[in-house]
Each structure stands twice: as structure tokens, then as C-alpha cells.
Design a protein around this ligand. Sequence first.
Ligand code: NBP
Length: 485
Amino acid sequence: MQKESCDIGLIGLAVMGQNLVLNMNDHGYRVAVFNRTVSKVDDFIQNEAAGTQVVGAHSIEELVAALKRPRRVMLMVKAGETVDQMIEHLLPHLEKGDIIIDGGNSHFPDTNRRTKDLAEKGILFIGTGVSGGEEGARFGPSIMPGGNPAAWPHVKEIFQSIAAKVEDGSPCCDWVGENGAGHYVKMIHNGIEYGDMQLICEAYDLLRAGLGLSADELHEVFAEWNKGELDSYLIEITSEIFAKRDEDGAPMVDKILDAAGQKGTGKWTGVNSLELGVPVTLIGEAVYARCLSAMKDERVAASKILTGPKHSAAQDRAEFIEDVRRALYCSKMISYAQGYMLMREAAKDQGWKLNFGGIALMWRGGCIIRSRFLGKIKEAFDKNPQLTNLLLDDFFSRTLNEYQASWRRAIIKAIEYGVPTPAFSTALSFFDGYRAERLPANLLQAQRDFFGAHTYERVDKPRGEFFHTNWTGRGGRVSSGTYNV
Ligand code: NBP
């Protein structure tokens, strides 16, 4: 192997790593590769990478020696401790100014820590989200890099050339921000992905319950939806899933056990929303829906004991399908608005300057949540970069106001049918809560003050003045602190 001849090194030859390497190779970059199970290096070079200029290395030392300086090494390995171990293995072979890129789904606090620790050693670290699955990695993913800004000029050209491009040719990749900002935005992307998928599943369940649609009919409905406002990768693949048959000719979707898996990014989003006090209810419900689905045996036992309502089919087929479509679209708007609320709060908390329109553009192509709808989010932030909430943008508010009757009808039907629609329902509750001038929290404050002397503010006094009432006549004069956590 010729020394210092490769543009970039990549460690981790599973599905994402292999496809990213081939993508980089297509764009004229010479890539050196290494994998913990070294036999996979030779296997890759002899098969998928045969005829390319990809170079196989049998040790980290060999990989590093093959790289031009400053060296760029990308990790595409399992997130967590593995990334720290790989960094430890790499460090003795690197020198100041070299760049390590973690392209896995790392948790952003880890990326904050790694960026700082490596900067102290003179190594420039990038933590980047990569989305789009196997096909995205191969032909153009969405790439969300953050970390040490000094590293960005060294990887910008490679990343933007291999990334997906939107209609006008803009790459779905730009600098997100310092430290863990890239992985944070990828986490929100994945959380939103959980939400989108759950919404589609609820639409499917409602259409089955209300109209008894067959897989072929569902294929048609989703294909039709994909031609309009809901045009997106997830609606498109859902339509294709309904068309797929098993070997015996039965719809493949009916052969799959209804117990969902998850790898943690949705949960991280939910936990972060609780930590920052932002009501990201839809993603939370989407995570819980997966948890409930996974309790398969318990549900089967419960189904023998707990009964649901009896119901008849929906009366008007076209109207029902349109109600469900609009419920899905409105709920999706709420989910993205909640995701953006969380990003805004995290940016404040972490000192990141996030470009919200730019993030929508990065998600516009290549990634799993890519959709026509993201163009609307980009437009909203282009019109007003200081927009406090997406729901207040003209397009969003107009659509929600116009579609809400359908959205409410769809949820009423779900309740009548006994079909669980946690995401549709929480979205509508959020909408009704967010637009409420007055919520029942006055009573809640009274309760808190009653039992714990937690104090309350009054409608007839300035904000920030706190009062305590001796509700029973038996309390003392001392109240609790007025801090919020
Ligand atoms: P996996 O997440 O399945 O990781 C497999 C790779 O990690 C293999 O190269 C494996 O080496 C290596 N690895 C493991 Br596992 N433990 C290791 C250790 N202790 N030391 C060194 N290497 C180790 O692969 P993937 O699905 O391609 O994903 C790679 C990263 O990209 C992950 O962080 C994932 O979350 C993220 N991601 C995945 C997708 C997707 O659609 N799959 C999309 C976006 C992001 P081995 O061959 O020796 O076992």
C-alpha cells in the first residue's frame, strides 16, 4: 500500500460504513478502510469494493499510514463505549491537527466530552449525524456535522460532495454548530422519525378499523397521499410495504409480528425534553407506543379480559380517508413544531447558534424524514428567522385552522372504534393547550399551595409576585421556595 496516498480513512465496515466508502469512492476520493473483524476488510475489498480505488488496511497503524496529512479518520461503529475505545486505539498513531470524525448515532453529551478532550490533545473532532440508511449512505445521505469548528474546512468538501442534494443542487449537509450540536440535531431528526412513523401507523390502524381496507387498498391510499402535501420518503415506503407479498402470496405486512424495536435515539429525545422542560409530547408518545407494542404477551392476555366498543364501519369512505389524511398532516405539524421548540431551548442551554432553516434544508433530502413539508419549514424560517414557534407561521396556522375539524373527527372515530391513537391525540391536545389563553393550572397552583405552601401568582397582581394562602386555617406563616426545576 502506498503511504500517505488516501484522502480519508474509515473504520467500521457494517452497512453504513461500506456504503459511505463506496459513495466517497464514486466522488473521486481514495478511501482506506479498517474493521475490528479484519476478515471483513478483505471480504469488502474483494466483493463490494472490487474495481474501486478503496484500500484495505489490516491494522489501525496501517490505516493511519495510508492517509494524507492532516489525517482524516471517520468512525462508523456502534455508538457508546466502542467510539471511545476506537479513539484510544487511534490516538498513539495520530499527530496534532489530525481529524477524527464520529459518524455513528452517538449521544450528544458524549460528543461534547470528546470534542473537548480531543481539543486538549490537539486533535480536531467532529461528531456528525448521518441519515438515510443504507441507500442514503450509498447515494447521498443527509449529513449533520458539529464539533470542533477548526475541523470543518478539512471535511467540508468531502461531506458536501457525498451528501444528498435538493432540487437547486444545495447539499443536505452544512455545519450545525460546536461540540455535540450535530449529534443533537441528528437525535431530534430520529425523534421526529419516531413520531412520523407512529403517525403513519395510527392512520393505517384507523383506516383498517373504519373501512376494513385491504393491503392493496392501503397501497393505493398511501400512493395517492404521496402525490400531495404528505409527499415524503416514509409515506412512499409505506405504500410499497403494502404492495409486498410473502412467498405464499399473502401481504408481507400481515406476517410481521406487532412488537416494535428501538435503539435509543427516540428515548434520548424524550428524556432531553423532560430535562429542558419542553413539551415534546408526540415523540414521547411514539416511544411509549413502541414500548407498549413490545409487551406482546401481556397484551394478548389482556385482550381476552378487557373488551372494547362495538362499532359499525365509517359511512363515507372518501370523507373518512380525507379526515385521517388531514389528522396525520396536522399532527405532523405539531410534532415538527415540538421538535423545533426543543432545539431552540437546547441551543440556549448549550450555547449553540442553530440555523433552523438550514436544518430543515439538511433534512429536505437524503434522510429518512425527507419530505415536501420540510420545504415549508425552510420557507417559514426564511421569512422570519426569529419565529418563536412554527405553528405561528402563516402557512402552518392557516392549515391547522382549516383542517382541525377533520382532525377532530378522525380522533372521535378512533375513540368510538377503540383504536389507540396516542400520537394523533396528544398532538390535538397540544394544539388545544398551546392556543389556550387560560389553562386549568390556576387550580393546580392552588392545590400545590394547599398541601405544600408552594405559593402562586395572582391574575390581579404583576408577574413575579408570589402569594400564599392559609387554606385550612391550620397552616403556619412560612411558605416553600418559588423556584422551578
Ligand atoms: P452497527 O451499528 O451494527 O455497528 C457495526 C460496526 O461496529 C462493525 O464495524 C463492528 O465491527 C463495529 N464494532 C462493534 Br459492533 N463493536 C466494536 C468494538 N468494540 N470495537 C470496534 N468495532 C466495533 O453498524 P451500522 O448499522 O452500519 O451503524 C454504524 C453507526 O451508524 C452506528 O452508530 C449506527 O447507530 C449509525 N447509523 C446507522 C444507521 C442504519 O440505518 N443502520 C443509520 C444512521 C446511523 P465488527 O465487524 O468487528 O463486529
